[in-house]
Write a protein that binds this ligand. Structure first.
Ligand SMILES: *Cc1c(COP(=O)(O)O)cnc(C)c1O
Length: 231
């Protein structure tokens, strides 16, 4: 089942990429939150190396149990006091939405003598329930973060509002793409590209049409998530 799911998602991404006009090499991040290490290992054995988690403790547990060539992506809201637990375990933090958080990442990265790649999470839709910096404040945040020595901005991330119809996400993905062009045109030093992390199980095909470099797919690969009642 996992194999069929994965092959379907991979094929959909390739088809969408060919039809998009962007012709990008899209990285599929298998979002493994709530799923046990054994299932992740199954997907790993099918060749996937990029996995996404949204909780620090869960990521650290899985990091310890699973092969060390996995590239872990932190995609969930990150509290400053927890940065130290993941700083040397993740390849990319997608969810930076304040200078304060970026400064803590910078501090912890410096301690480990590494440079951490991050994306700025943008609340494109403006929904109150969503994390992410306001659309109009994103360029400023990118600029401020670019001054930190041990953090490198590599792009922008967004989550479209929940919807039954993937077409409803298109507008938000397109706005993020436009923002990335605006920011690129500012020629800020110390920025390694403006990659886009957008699209989940319901709307990743639309995201690839609109220029996604990373899509984050959980349910589409692993099936439905079952949360513990006490979470
Ligand atoms: C859970 C999650 C995903 C994956 O969601 P699915 O709908 O299961 O594909 C993607 N991005 C973020 C930030 C998430 O928290």
């Amino acid at each position: 089942m996992l194999r069929d799911n994965l092959l379907t998602v991979q094929k959909n991404i390739l088809d969408a990429s060919r039809n998009s006009g962007f012709d990008k090499n899209v990285t599929l991040i298998a979002v493994s939150k709530t799923h046990p290490a054994e299932q992740i290992k199954e997907v790993y054995d099918l060749g996937v190396r990029d996995f996404g988690e949204n909780k620090v403790q869960e990521l650290v547990d899985k990091y310890d149990k699973l092969p060390k060539d996995i590239k872990w992506h932190m995609i969930g809201h990150l509290q400053t006091n927890k940065v130290k637990y993941i700083i040397d375990k993740v390849c990319l933090i997608h969810s930076v939405d304040s200078l304060r958080l970026a400064e803590e990442i910078n501090k912890q990265a410096k301690k480990k003598s590494l440079v951490m790649d991050v994306m700025v999470e943008v609340n494109v839709s403006g929904e109150k329930s969503k994390f992410g910096v306001e659309y109009d404040m994103a360029a400023k945040l990118v600029k401020d973060i670019s001054l930190l020595e041990n953090v490198r901005v590599v792009g922008l991330m967004t989550i479209a509002p929940a919807s039954e119809n993937p077409e409803n996400s298109r507008h938000f993905f397109r706005k993020l793409q436009h923002l990335s062009i605006d920011i690129r045109s500012l020629n800020i030093d110390n920025i390694l590209g403006m990659y886009l992390s957008m699209g989940m199980s319901g709307d990743y095909v639309v995201a690839v049409h609109e220029g996604a470099d990373f899509v984050r797919v959980g349910t589409g690969i692993f099936g439905e998530r079952h949360y513990n009642k006490d979470e």
